[in-house]
Design a protein around this ligand. Sequence first.
Ligand code: 5GP
Ligand code: ZN
Length: 114
Amino acid sequence: MAECLFCKIRDGSIPAKIVYRDSECLGFEDIHPQAPTHVLFIPLTHISTVNELTGEDRERIGHLFMAAAKLAKERGHSEAGYRLVMNTNRDAGQTVFHIHLHLLGGRPFTWPPG
Ligand code: 5GP
Ligand code: ZN
C-alpha cells in the first residue's frame, strides 16, 4: 500500500514526530494540531476505514485505545479528560484512508461536535 500517506509514515519514507510505538501500532503528532495534545494512533497493518474491519482486527483496534490511554496518562490528561475520535468517510470528514484514532487533550471540548 505504498501510496498511503500513513503507511509511508509507518515505513519512515515520510517524516513524522513519532511519540509512541509498539508491536501493533504507531502514534505520531498531527501536522495540524487542534489541541495541546493531538496524536494520531495507527495500526501497523493498513486498513482504509472502520467499514473494512473484520473479526481479525478486534485485538488491533482495542490496542489503539490502550495505547492512546497510556499516552494520555503520561501527558497528564487522564483525570481532566480527553477525546478519542475515529472519522469514517465523507460525512465525518475522513481525509486519510488508513484508520487512525485521534487523541485530543489539554483543553475542554464541546459536545455535540460540529
Ligand atoms: P481525518 O480527517 O482523516 O480524521 O484526519 C487526518 C489527520 O491527519 C488530520 O488531522 C491531518 O491534520 C493529519 N495529517 C494529514 N497529513 C499529515 C501528515 O503528512 N503528517 C501528519 N503528522 N499528519 C497529517
Ligand atoms: Zn496505509
